[in-house]
Write a protein that binds this ligand. Structure first.
Ligand SMILES: *[C@@H]1O[C@H](CO)[C@@H](O)[C@H](O)[C@H]1NC(C)=O
Ligand SMILES: *[C@@H]1O[C@H](CO)[C@@H](O)[C@H](O)[C@H]1NC(C)=O
Ligand SMILES: *[C@@H]1O[C@H](CO)[C@@H](O)[C@H](O)[C@H]1NC(C)=O
Ligand SMILES: *[C@@H]1O[C@H](CO)[C@@H](O)[C@H](O)[C@H]1NC(C)=O
Ligand SMILES: *[C@H]1O[C@H](CO)[C@@H](O)[C@H](O)[C@H]1NC(C)=O
Length: 581
């Protein structure tokens, strides 16, 4: 302020300076009493100065420092020092800070406000305006560790990877120490950047430090081992597309890929068929018989496809419950059996219960899938209506006498209508195994009828067997008689032959006798006629002799009739010598 005044009143200063020069020296005007006082004061001052000098003798050790807070500028002197520091300003002796190798210090300059960082090991002497903010430990990071460090000014987070003795910067804060992520050969981990949201997948074997703000989703995961019978369905969350991985071996999904499901191989045996619906709604039939060798086929269900399933009624057992249904994924194309129990009425209104079996078979799967949702139920219902119709056209007695024919007739008629053909199935046979009257009264009558029929059949059977026995006896008799006839014939023949032989023998005897008689006289009686006459006479005489003898010796009576004068008696002599007429 005075300076400014001088400068302003430059003209006015000149007369004052001239007046000062003309005045006598000031000390000549001071009275002696004041001089004495002054000397006394000087003595006191000298004493004070001495005391001050003595007090200013400074002795600093090697780790000491003196700070003099001179308003013109603080200054420091490091030890070791021995001497006088003459100052009137406050001063401070302070110890240096020993920093170990694993320590560091943060020092702030109070003039600039700038912190700085001092690395150990060293003996730290602060500067004149320095302030020690902190002495911190460095962070030991092991081989498998990393530190999450935050820059407190920028807020940037970074990771420091071990193994190291990490010396954080001035503005660094170590938030925490973490283990590195270790992945085995068959492991992977999905990491998401917390800032950008970008995803990456890291595959083992590896030991890695995530990038800052990166986190894992669902942690470490095992690879998927795909074999010939396993595949994986993946969803790409970026594009929304699905794909099927069928390559064999260990498999890990890529970024943004999610394993929706593990799909096993679908086997279709030679007698089966599987229908698959694709993303366009088209149906494909995989039939076991498609294979060239007829050994069945197998396939993986492609993406966006599913197995076309149906709910079929289940009539595979009795009593059939029409509400029970089974889920059919694989269609069995072998012959199938349905058991049925139908209530039917005959034409004369007798309520009957029929039980039996229907055999049917799926012939054309594509046709079946397109035309019906429940082929088994269709077959059951249709067979029922046909059977009801057939039975209602017959009376009870018709039915009893020929139910098999009625059922076969119904079967043949329905096998020809287009119902089964349209559904790609075939009705193979329809059998009635049991029938019964639903009404108890009728049932007992029916039982009687059946009993009677049975009895009749039994009696018929018994009669039949009796007849059979008799017929057999008769046949045997006829055979016997035949053989007897044969015997008689043969006997007669034999007798005839015997008689012939005997006759021939007698004839021969007579002839020989005659020949000898006639021939022997050829010399004495040369005429043949005379000799014949003689022989005739001889024979007559002999015959007469015999008659006479017979008359004489037997009890024969002789009757003579006028017409029979020329009498002859025929007698026969038996072997034992008696005579027979
Ligand atoms: C993480 O696991 C949960 C259930 O365990 C699952 O719902 C989710 O989809 C999984 N996330 C990823 C990206 O795999
Ligand atoms: C099955 O039926 C379809 C028509 O619905 C036909 O084109 C196909 O040839 C049939 N398959 C056999 C084996 O008969
Ligand atoms: C009913 O029976 C009659 C003769 O008994 C036969 O001509 C006719 O075809 C039958 N009808 C049906 C539908 O069976
Ligand atoms: C008479 O018969 C005998 C013997 O039979 C014969 O030898 C003989 O020559 C016969 N005599 C005459 C005349 O034929
Ligand atoms: C033989 O003679 C006896 C009496 O001597 C007689 O009883 C019998 O009938 C005769 N005939 C035969 C064939 O034995």
């Amino acid at each position: 302020m005075a300076d400014t005044t001088d400068h302003v009143d430059v003209e006015a200063g000149r007369p004052r300076a001239a007046a000062r020069a003309k005045r006598p020296p000031i000390w000549t005007q001071i009275p002696p009493r004041i001089w004495k006082g002054c000397i006394g004061l000087v003595g006191v001052a000298c004493l004070a100065t001495l005391i001050t000098v003595l007090a200013s003798i400074t002795d600093l050790g090697p780790s000491d420092q003196i700070l003099v807070k001179d308003p013109a500028g603080h200054w420091v002197r490091q030890g070791p020092f021995q001497g006088v520091i003459f100052t009137t300003y406050p001063k401070e002796v302070r110890q240096g800070t020993l920093l170990q190798p694993h320590q560091y210090a943060v020092v702030k300059n109070q003039l600039s406000g700038k912190p700085r960082d001092i690395d150990g090991p060293q003996l730290l002497f602060l500067g004149p305006y320095d302030k020690l903010l902190k002495v911190s430990q460095k962070v030991v990071l092991q081989d498998n560790e990393y530190a999450i460090v935050k820059h407190s000014l920028t807020g940037v987070i970074r990771h420091e990877e071990g193994p190291t003795l990490f010396h954080p910067g001035v503005f660094d804060t170590v938030l925490r120490t973490r283990s590195k992520i270790v992945l085995q050969k068959d492991e992977y981990i999905r990491m998401v950047d917390g800032v950008t949201g970008a995803e990456r997948v890291v595959h083992g074997p590896v030991n890695f430090v995530p990038i800052p703000l990166e986190t894992s989703i669902n942690g470490t995961k095992q690879d998927l081992f795909l074999n010939i019978d396993l595949s994986a369905l993946l969803l790409n969350r970026n594009t929304g597309e699905q794909r099927l991985v069928v390559e064999k071996g260990a498999f890990a999904p890529g970024p943004y890929e999610e394993i929706l499901e593990v799909r096993p191989l679908i086997y279709v045996l030679p007698h089966e068929a599987v229908v698959v619906r694709n993303e366009r709604g088209q149906l494909t039939v995989h039939a076991g018989t498609d294979a060239k060798d007829g050994l069945g086929v197998s396939f993986f269900l492609p993406p966006y496809s599913e197995i076309f399933t149906m709910m079929w009624s289940d009539y595979s057992s009795l009593p059939a419950d029409s509400s029970s249904r089974v889920l059919v994924e694989k269609i069995d194309v072998r012959a199938r059996a349905i058991y049925y129990q139908y209530e039917v009425r005959t034409r004369d209104n007798v309520k009957m219960t029929l039980e039996g079996t229907i055999f049917w078979q799926v012939k054309n799967v594509s046709k079946l899938v397109l035309s019906t949702a429940d082929p088994e139920g269709d077959v059951w219902q249709h067979a029922r209506s046909v059977l009801i119709e057939a039975v209602s056209n017959a009376t009870l007695s018709d039915f009893m006498s020929g139910f098999n024919a009625i059922v076969m007739d119904a079967f043949r008629r329905q096998a020809q209508d287009g119902f089964y053909l349209d559904r790609g199935v075939e009705l193979q046979s329809m059998e009635v195994t049991r029938f019964d009257c639903a009404d108890p009264a009728t049932s007992s009558i029916l039982q009687e009828i059946i009993q009677e029929t049975t009895n009749r059949i039994n009696r018929l059977t018994a009669q039949q067997s009796e007849n059979d026995v008799k017929a057999a006896a008769l046949t045997a008799d006829i055979l016997l008689e035949r053989q007897r006839t044969e015997l008689i014939t043969i006997k007669a023949e034999n007798e005839r032959l015997q008689a012939q032989m005997a006759g021939e023998a007698t004839g021969m005897q007579l002839m020989k006798g005659a020949a000898t008689f006639i021939g022997g006289l050829n010399e004495s009686l040369p005429s043949i006629d005379s000799r014949v006459e003689l022989y005739k006479l001889h024979e007559e005489l002999q015959s007469r002799n015999k008659d006479t003898y017979n008359l004489a010796s037997g009890s024969a009576h002789l009757f003579l009739t006028p017409s029979d004068l020329n009498l002859r008696l025929d007698t026969r002599t038996t072997k034992n010598g008696t005579l027979e007429l």
